[in-house]
Write a protein that binds this ligand. Structure first.
Ligand SMILES: [Zn+2]
Length: 282
């Protein structure tokens, strides 16, 4: 029996630091929590046309992107092999590749699949769709696609109804949040995973989907605390990047009431000085 993990390569476009840095940390940390899936980030050539398109803010035709990806897969594999060879390395085989982008598809889809590639196009994400944070949502999509690859692209995957299951189809992006919030895998999908792959994979993805490893707003884990230090607060940031208000909340939470009292007392003292000064010199 082959117990080697499936290998999922991830390419990030559009996202910048600190979001990209935090996403990489959270994805790679998941390698330590289970043994069925090995996540890895891959280099990309700067001049790849399809990646440049996905990096733009224009509305994109999903079917055209599917064709572009289909045409690009061999070219990218060759480029990756050459890149590794140029440093005396050997590129190991990758089972599935995910491009994480903030592109917008004109038909409203937020994900598209071509063979063993997936493109996440999350440009339609709006802050009101949180919770979950967009990074947690991306983590869920990565697990969803990895499971699909591990189950060798089972045709029975995805269902019409919204159950809060990772294989909900969901017509609207704001409906898709439930699959990330619940971490549920429905009876049908659980059976499909166990039959097409293994009970071990099922247990492993449940561990990841549960997100207990991230903690919560009142009891953050060391992982979410590190994510905050990297610049992305999973429990306050609703959009792609934190707003000014979200940054302030983060500061007050980190520094506590001490700083808040210091600011209030400074304002009171400054006001008193001003008033006394005005009385002294009418
Ligand atoms: Zn399901």
């Amino acid at each position: 029996m082959n117990n080697s993990p499936i290998k999922i390569g991830i390419i990030i476009t559009s996202l910048k630091s600190p979001e990209a840095t935090t996403l990489k940390y959270l994805v790679l940390y998941q390698n330590t929590l289970q043994s069925s899936i090995e996540f890895q980030f891959l280099p990309v050539p700067e001049d790849a046309e399809v990646l440049i398109k996905l990096n733009s803010s224009k509305l994109l035709n999903r079917k055209e992107i599917n064709r572009d990806i289909n045409n690009y897969t061999i070219e990218y594999k060759d480029w990756l092999d050459d890149k590794a060879n140029s440093y005396g390395l050997i590129q190991e085989a990758i089972d599935g590749i995910i491009i994480v982008s903030m592109a917008k598809f004109s038909d409203g889809y937020y994900m598209t699949r071509v063979n063993n590639w997936a493109v996440f196009a999350l440009g339609h994400w709006e802050p009101y769709m949180a919770p979950p944070s967009v990074l947690e949502f991306i983590l869920t999509l990565i697990i969803q696609f990895s499971t699909y690859i591990a189950c060798k692209g089972s045709k029975s995957v995805h269902h019409n109804a919204t159950k809060g299951c990772i294989f909900d189809f969901t017509y609207q992006l704001d409906e898709a949040r439930y699959k990330s919030l619940t971490g549920f895998v429905c009876y049908k999908c659980a059976n499909m995973i166990k039959m097409a792959c293994s009970a071990n994979l099922f247990n492993d993805i449940k561990t990841l989907l549960n997100k207990g490893w991230l903690g919560n707003i009142t009891e953050p884990s060391i992982i979410s605390t590190t994510a905050k230090k990297l610049g992305y607060d999973l429990f306050h940031t609703k959009g792609i990047t934190p707003t000014t208000l979200e940054r302030l909340k983060q500061i007050f939470e980190v520094e506590g009431v001490k700083n808040l009292l210091l600011i209030i007392s400074s304002v009171i003292i400054a006001t008193l000085i001003l008033l006394l000064g005005l009385k002294k010199f009418p």
